[in-house]
Ligand binder design. Structure first.
Ligand code: MG
Length: 337
């Protein structure tokens, strides 16, 4: 089967074409499911942050070009597509609508089904596909989300259960705000993490773990109060050490409870080298296989939506309610694989 997938939850508009010869959803692997193309256009980081209307305008403008590039790179015509899919949520409402209108129009015009995909499930599935994991404890760290997840049977069905999560902002949002407030270059998590590597002095900052849950807004306020009083590199270094340590502590608590033998980190922040280092030490302590999603599949892109849509199609699990859902949670529906 061939699937065309669209991603548009936040700063990225993406279109991917996936081809799969898998016989069942549980058999989907890199050997039988290929990414033929995975094109993206990303809204640039600015000091004003992300203004939803401007993001949506960017996506609407870039969508035709990204769509044409994905089709031509994959050497596939719209008539060859068996299913259309899109990222249903969670995300920014304005942005979600662009992907929804694009995918729904293609589905109606070509007479092929539309598969709505949960964006968080897609981050987990692309990590499992890329790293060959069967049943990992997953840490999803991105701009809007920070969750510790594992497959769990509830009322006779499989769910990705949220064992721990942020109680306020996502860790990537925290890193982005720090990058903007300190006017780093680029003014986001990338600028923040680069400068953190140059820090020398550790500054005391609040450390918040509540059970298995996390919070970053107090850390953010405290770190920003140090602005101008200490070198920005030391502020970034200290804030990242504290934020990543809280995340690893909460994850270790969950791991001791669930007993998973594999651990996987996914989402844009999974690219942070210091976080990878802390997690690999913790995983080694517990004799757990540790994997990191490859950079190309860490941030938002549509290949992850297509790979998840393959699993939906093979398990005949296509939700009727296809409308965008801004606050969709990963545990709002069962997983049929
Ligand atoms: Mg994401």
């Amino acid at each position: 089967m061939k699937i065309l997938a669209i991603e548009s939850t936040a700063h990225t508009i993406g279109v991917a074409i996936i081809e799969s010869k898998a016989k069942s959803a549980t058999a989907v692997s890199k050997a039988n499911t290929k990414v033929l193309s995975n094109e993206i256009a990303r809204y640039p980081a600015k000091l004003e942050g992300f203004i939803p209307r401007k993001l949506a305008d960017h996506h609407a403008k870039e969508y035709p070009r990204v769509l044409r590039a994905a089709l031509s790179k994959a050497k596939v015509a719209l008539a060859d597509i068996d299913y259309f899919s899109y990222s249903q949520g969670p995300g920014i409402g304005h942005c979600l609508r662009v992907g929804f209108v694009g995918a729904r129009s293609l589905s109606l015009l070509n007479g092929k089904p539309l598969i709505p995909v949960n964006h968080t499930v897609a981050h987990v599935e692309v990590g499992k596909w890329a790293c060959g994991c069967a049943d990992p404890l997953v840490v999803y760290v991105s701009g809007g989300n920070t969750q510790i997840l594992a497959k769990h049977v509830e009322r006779g069905a499989n769910y990705y259960h949220v064992f721990g999560e942020t109680l306020d902002v996502g860790i990537g949002n925290f890193l982005d705000v720090m990058g903007r407030e300190l006017a780093l270059s680029p003014p986001n998590a990338i600028g923040f993490l680069a400068l953190a590597e140059k820090g020398k002095e550790f500054l005391q900052l609040p450390y918040t773990v509540k059970g298995n849950n996390l919070a970053f807004s107090g850390l953010q306020s405290a770190a920003l109060r140090l602005k101008g009083k200490h070198p920005s590199a030391d502020i970034c270094f200290s804030a990242s050490e504290v934020a990543f340590s809280t995340l690893v502590e909460a994850t270790e608590r969950v791991l001791c409870h669930t007993g998973n033998k594999e651990m996987l980190i996914v989402g844009g922040v999974a690219q942070a080298k210091r976080l990878q280092q802390m997690y690999s030490l913790m995983a080694a302590d517990h004799g757990v296989r540790f994997s990191v999603v490859p950079p190309v599949y860490a941030g938002d892109q549509a290949a992850m939506i297509g790979i998840t849509a393959v699993k939906h199609a093979l398990s005949k699990d296509i939700r009727r309610d296809v409308s965008p859902n801004q606050s969709m949670r990963i545990d709002s529906h069962a997983i049929r694989w």
